[in-house]
Design a protein around this ligand. Structure first.
Ligand SMILES: Nc1nc2c(c(=O)[nH]1)N[C@H]1C(S)=C(S)[C@@H](COP(=O)(O)OP(=O)(O)OC[C@H]3O[C@@H](n4cnc5c(N)ncnc54)[C@H](O)[C@@H]3O)O[C@H]1N2
Ligand code: MOO
Length: 635
């Protein structure tokens, strides 16, 4: 039963195999025009009546007989009498029998009760909308297989139709499977995962014009899964089974398809997305999507999206692309096409792209992504600085209005993101945590707008400035304070090992969790060790690294570490005990150009905003006494 070997079919080839095999006969339905937005016409629509259906006044004014107005000019104004020479009309009114032109009210001088004067003649049919100016009876309004937009609906109604025939939405049943899955809203215990792929898949399908049906969770039993597919097939155009696509003991998807129909492809030469299954049962496509969220959504895009567009007889829309400079080197394995979620920032007039977490289980990489980078199967990756093409997942305008923060992690940055949007809804903040040194280098290389830094220099007792001078020559940069924050030991509630200082960590053989190299917090830890003459080899877990305060706190809370160094707000977020070590300065580093840019000035405005400052102080362990103050550099 256990199938281990998957093929390595090229993605393009797999798509072709699937599309060639599937031959949809779309169903049709008649619906009210008012509810037809985004639907696809099943037949060409012709106007049944004209709009307007009578000659109509195009202006507010008077309707006249053109030939009676000849000769009127400034010197010889012509007097007209109501009822005899003219009638008052408003825009849209029918032009009565015998009349053939309209004069705007502005060009008419009233004289007495029912007489007016005009200074210019009217040309025949001036300011009169002819019959069928908008829609003329018998004309085609939209062809068949047309995607209906709001103005289309207006023209169809004007053309006298109230009901129209459209293609039925393709019905797609999504079957989530897995013994570990629990329905959303359940508090997941160890070993349980909240079923959320189904909702993501259903909503993508809806966006593409399909009608999704999310089946209840099916347990990992061949019999149950088979039954679910059997039941789904009669009322579905496509069936999706999510998970159980790989080689595990309970991965039955391929066996279900095999026993009921034909497996066209199992295994695509992509990363993520490799264990995707493309099958066909009773002429209907049955797709096995991998369980890992990112894999599932990508495979959905590659194989199910084209099926929906094929059913609806529409061309698949292509996402816009742009060229960007790569901020970091990306290494990829040969043999499979790789899809990397990227952030893209617009810095000093250039687009700079950086990779997000590449794990197939990291949904947040798609939440944060601005675009996707495809690394071809025959490539080993790209070098830093190389120009790459990014497929955009967000509007380009949004990238232009995104503040790119690269550097040390602090929870206040998350509040800053909200505060920015409160002040200006066009603005976004994208922050990635690579430590203070990494942030400083990103500013140097022009890959970020600002970097959060907190680098303690043990020689001078000063923060950040000695490093700036050493690594950046101190030129063309401005250092602005954001906060002072309390660093300390994060330990389980009650501090069971009674840790007060680094000596206690060694004495109790407490399992430590460190921050990555280049993180200011790690430098602080090294400094504390050095002060006590303790070597790193005496610290259990010194080489285990996490990238943020919250991740360190999460490790302590989960019991995979007993102590970590970090900020009070992170300890609080995980209900940990906190033993203060000392206050440190956390600054924002930026170029002088950025400081003076409008984005930079908005940032400073936000930092000084009392509402934002109040929110930060509520987190605990922060002081904003110097927030917004320039600590270094000529403004
Ligand atoms: N020995 C091998 N192991 C694995 C391979 C392999 O080739 N050899 N491939 C790996 C890759 S790549 C992927 S992708 C996964 C795909 O596995 P399955 O499709 O069988 O999925 P599961 O193992 O059931 O789940 C994986 C992961 O995703 C979570 N999941 C599943 N369904 C949902 C859902 N509806 N909502 C949210 N999360 C879901 C699930 O709990 C697991 O954590 O296999 C690797 N292993
Ligand atoms: O192929 Mo899996 O989908 O890499 O994660």
């Amino acid at each position: 039963m256990r199938k281990i070997y998957l093929n390595n079919t090229l993605r393009s080839q797999a798509k072709q195999i699937l599309l060639e095999k599937v031959d949809f006969t779309p169903k049709k339905e008649t619906i009210p025009v008012t509810a037809a937005l985004g639907r696809v016409t099943a037949e060409a629509l012709f106007a049944e009546c004209s709009m307007p259906s009578y000659p109509a006044s195009a202006m507010d004014g008077i309707t006249v007989k053109a030939q009676e107005t000849y000769g009127a000019n400034d010197q010889n104004p012509l007097v007209l009498t109501e009822g005899k020479n003219y009638l008052v009309v408003d825009t849209g009114d029918p032009i009565p029998e015998g009349f053939d032109a309209v004069i705007k009210i502005e060009d008419v001088q009233p004289i007495g009760e029912n007489q007016v004067e005009i200074m210019a003649p009217a040309a025949p049919w001036q300011h009169v909308r002819p019959v069928g100016e908008d829609v003329v009876a018998g004309e085609i309004i939209v062809p068949a297989f047309h995607y209906l937009t709001p103005p289309d609906l207006g023209a169809i109604l004007a053309g006298g139709k109230e009901q129209i025939k459209v293609l039925a939405k393709p019905k797609v049943t999504i079957i989530p499977t897995g013994d570990e899955l629990v329905t959303p809203g359940t508090r997941a215990k160890v070993g349980e995962i909240i079923e959320f792929n189904g909702t993501v898949i259903a909503n993508y399908l809806r966006q593409w014009g399909a009608e999704p049906y999310l089946h209840e969770i099916v347990r990992d039993k061949l019999r149950n899964l088979k039954q679910a597919v059997e039941e789904a097939l009669p009322h579905s155009d496509v069936v999706i089974i999510n998970a159980g696509s790989s080689a595990g003991r309970e991965d039955f998807t391929v066996h279900v398809i095999e026993s009921m129909g034909e497996v066209l492809v199992h295994g695509i030469a992509t990363r993520p997305g490799k264990p995707t299954i493309l099958g066909i049962i009773e002429g209907k496509p049955v797709i096995g999507l991998p369980g890992y969220p990112v894999s599932a959504y990508l495979a959905l895009d590659w194989f199910v999206k084209p099926l929906i567009y094929k059913y609806l007889h529409l061309a698949e829309p292509q996402r816009p692309r742009l060229k960007a400079k790569l901020g970091r080197r990306i290494v990829s394995e040969m043999g499979s096409e790789e899809f990397v979620r990227m952030t893209v920032g617009f810095i000093n007039g250039n687009y700079v792209a950086n990779p997000l977490n590449r794990g197939a289980g990291v949904t947040m990489s798609l939440v944060k992504a601005h675009g996707l980078l495809t690394i071809p199967a025959e490539s080993l990756g790209y070098e830093q600085g190389e120009e790459v093409e990014i497929e955009l997942l967000r509007p380009e305008q949004e990238l232009k209005n995104t503040l790119v923060a690269v550097g040390s992690h602090d929870l206040t940055l998350d509040l800053l993101a909200t505060a920015l949007r409160r002040i200006d809804p066009r603005l976004f903040l994208s922050s990635s945590h690579v430590g203070s040194m990494g942030g400083m280098m990103a500013i140097k290389k022009g890959e970020a707008h600002l970097a959060g830094v907190h680098l303690f220099d043990s020689q001078t007792g000063e923060y950040n400035i000695p490093y700036l001078e050493k690594y950046l020559g101190g030129e063309n940069v401005i250092l602005v304070n954001l906060v002072y924050r309390m660093q300390g030991w994060m330990v389980s509630p009650g501090n069971p090992l009674d840790i007060r200082n680094v000596r206690d960590i060694v004495r109790t053989r407490a399992l430590f969790i460190n921050r990555q190299k280049g993180a200011g917090t790690r430098l602080l830890f090294d400094y504390l060790l050095q002060q006590e003459g303790i070597s790193t080899s005496e610290i259990l877990g010194y080489h285990r690294e996490e990238y943020s305060h919250l991740n360190v706190a999460a490790a302590v809370a989960a019991g995979t570490a007993q102590v970590g160094l970090g900020i009070l707000s992170a300890a609080r977020a995980y209900h940990l005990d906190f033993v203060p070590v000392g206050e440190e300065r956390y600054d924002l580093l930026m170029t002088r150009d950025f400081y003076h840019s409008s984005l930079g000035q908005t940032l400073l405005q936000v930092i000084k905003d009392p509402v934002f400052q109040q929110e930060v102080e509520t987190l605990g362990g922060y002081s904003m006494r110097d927030a917004g103050k320039v600590m270094y550099g000529y403004v």
